[in-house]
Write a protein that binds this ligand. Sequence first.
Ligand SMILES: [Zn+2]
Length: 752
Amino acid sequence: MLKILFTFIAIIISVSCFAQSVTFKNLNIVCPSDAIPAEVTAAKELQKYLTKITKENIVITDTKKDQAYNIYIGLTDTTNKVSNFNFNELKKDGIYISIKPDFMVLAGNRKAGTLYAVYEFLEKYLNCKFYAVDEEIIPTKTNIKLSVGDYSYSPQIFYREPWYYKVVRNRNNDFQAKMRVNGHFADIPDEWGSSNYLLGWCHTFSLYMNPDVYFDSHPDWFAERDGKREKPFLLREQPCLTNKEMQAEMIKNILKTIKENPNTTVVSVSQNDNNNYCTCKNCTAFVKEHGNQADLLINYVNEVADAITKVYPNIIVETLAYSYTVEPPKTIRPNKNLLIRLCSEFDNVNTNINDPKHKKFADSISAWKKMTNNLYHWDYICNITQLQIPFPNQKTVLDDIKIFANNNMVGTFLQGDYWNKDISFADMRIWTSSKMLWNPTLNSSALIKEFMTAYYKESSTYMIDIYSTYEDLYKNYDLSILQMSNNTFKPEDYIKLFRLFNAAQKTAKSDVIKNRVSIERRSLEMSFLLNSAKFQNKVYSTGVIKKIDGNQWAEDYLKWAKETSNLGLAEVKTLDMGYFIGTGIYKIPKSKKIPEFCKNIPDENWFELQDVTASLAGEGTEVFRIDDPDASDGKALKMPGKFLNWSIQMSLLGAASLGFNDVDVYITVKGKKSGTTGGNGTSLGCGVHDQEGGPLSGGGQKILTLDEMPTEYKDIYVGRMKITKSSYFWFSHPNNPDLDYFMVDRVILVKK
Ligand SMILES: [Zn+2]
């Protein structure tokens, strides 16, 4: 009896297996004439990959082919006829994969859904892997059997943008579609599914209410600060949000701009990038009555959104919850058609958002969540002040996506490294971020491991170890996106890491893997060379690496970075020799003009910071590099008197690495008066800005009056300052009509 029963069960199983699977061969792709451009692309992509996999000669037809296994592509009339699926169930970008015994459907929400369905099918059912632009794994298979069944999925996060070079900046449309990215900067054409364009992008108040156009006739339309309404300089103020006349004019300007951009789906109506909100009587009274600055902002944007909706009912209006408006409104509630973009904090970016360190921000998220279904997260995830060195926070980034998704998040902008192609595990970050944005239930550690294993192949064990060592070294440290150096790495850590890199390079067989490993090794070398000679010698003495000649290394690095599009140093800075000189990696001899006060002190106790190391804002208009035979090194920086900006910034990283911490600071400058009004006034401002501690921390600033400005170069004492590896020395213009210009030759630091 028992034996008979077993036989019976076995028959049922085999029958059911037979009924549930289909032999995937003799394929034909059906792409009917009413398919949209992205669906036509989807058909071609499917043809390309199925040909590679099956070695069959697969064609695309517009109607089904008899005696073939037809694969219907797109949300066409034909698809609707052959499938009994209700496509209205799919949300934006949703996909539908249906495998029947005698045909198949790959379709999705228009425009991009069908493309995504094709890639999902290739990945999920045929085990294809699209890890990077240059790393796809396409298995070749004969005798493929697929289980019969349906699969549908709609992503919760409709706006997905990991802001990285290879997936956004260099516009590889097929790779963008494979990664399912679709944000503002991706700029994807219709043939590849298009992207979500945010008209104005962000900080748009000044775009629609330009002080240059309106201030003179309507000063009361702009913020009152300290009892005064002054013309906003460099857009450093907000409009007065209780002024109805201003609001009407802004609405008029927004509607005009939408009309000029007929493809707009989202329009940004958002505060300028500063904290100077209006403190006039009416604004203050509104805030007092209703709650806080977010109440005032949301009330204002609600009214603007109402006016936009009357003309364009389908347009979503975006506003920022940023800086002084991150804390949610107390009484006012956002309209249904508002998209709220919450901006993350700059600190502790290697700590998940549900950690007590982020309590204030997490509280804001849960409060916003209760008042809107349209939350969007702007996350700062890369090191915007030093992009070239290790920055291990990807696991946190991925887990935060998960946490935000649990808080109803529908859009994510990951502000990553848009400037460099490869450095700092960019490919790993792109792939893992894209996967998590598409499906936030995935496991972050498993994603990172899968990528590293596939991408570094024979060297992957070591590369996984290297990345997790980086993570461990920051375990108890608050990683900031303003991180100038890997300040937690000790000599023994570099010894361990270089050993792992030596092993990874030795194990690498192909040039491709050798190159991938060496990209990350360069990054560690850069980090290592930002330490003092004494520190470096501790590592050299073990023999783990040969002594690096900084000058040669810097030249090679710069050449490599130029050739490979890895020249991004910081958010607005390009890597150049000045950086290597400023950090002391590339050593130049001190100039022959030894200051009087340095003649009797040891050479290693004074540091000469030359103009060549400066990063300039507004080069060519507000500040100029010029040859000047009177300058100590024959070169100087010229600053016209009429501007007002921090145009010169010199990194103090090199000096701080050499132990210059408590210093007396001198500047070598000269200037020329114009005498326009005959006044005195300011001729320059300068001081220390600390990236980690905030402007002027531990430093303060020095202002020279016009009378104090020498006409020939002179070393002028500025003051005693504390500096760190993240400090900058800056010079600003005075915006004084009586100064024609001033020139900066150098800055001198004397150890105390
Ligand atoms: Zn006001």
